[in-house]
Design a protein around this ligand. Structure first.
Ligand code: 5GP
Length: 115
């Protein structure tokens, strides 16, 4: 059996994380190495390795993740000040965990373009 990735282990409560929100389809928890005052990871419970593997049938799930992002951004107080949603896909984008995730980053001003 293939080894579980770290986010699947967080979903299954095999390792600890500071979880802010959970429902039947997704989980939101704090990034272990925060890059800003607010740095959360929004992940589907479904095991999708990256955006390259998103299927037509996942369209509603992806919409649900974004509605969750919007709501959590409000709760975290960054909806008005602004925030960034980052999805890293593949080596050039420095994706390190092969489980689809959106970074929700806010609470400070940011620059563009990203490094
Ligand atoms: P990626 O580079 O794949 O887009 O981002 C993976 C993110 O997961 C990184 O920001 C990293 O800090 C975070 N991360 C890696 N391992 C853990 C962990 O065990 N717990 C938590 N909460 N975050 C993790």
């Amino acid at each position: 059996m293939p080894e579980k990735n770290i986010f699947k282990r967080i979903i299954d409560r095999e390792i600890e994380a500071e979880i802010l929100f959970e429902d039947d389809r997704c989980l939101v928890f704090r990034d272990i190495m925060p890059q800003a005052p607010v740095h959360l990871l929004v992940i589907p419970k479904k095991e999708i390795p990256s955006s390259n593997e998103i299927a037509e049938e996942d369209a509603e799930l992806i919409g649900h993740l974004f509605l969750t992002i919007r709501r959590i951004a409000e709760e975290q107080g960054v909806a008005e000040s602004g925030y960034r949603v980052v999805l890293n896909c593949g080596p050039d984008a420095t994706q390190t965990v092969r489980h689809l995730h959106f970074h929700l980053i806010g609470g400070r001003s940011m620059s563009w373009p990203p490094g």
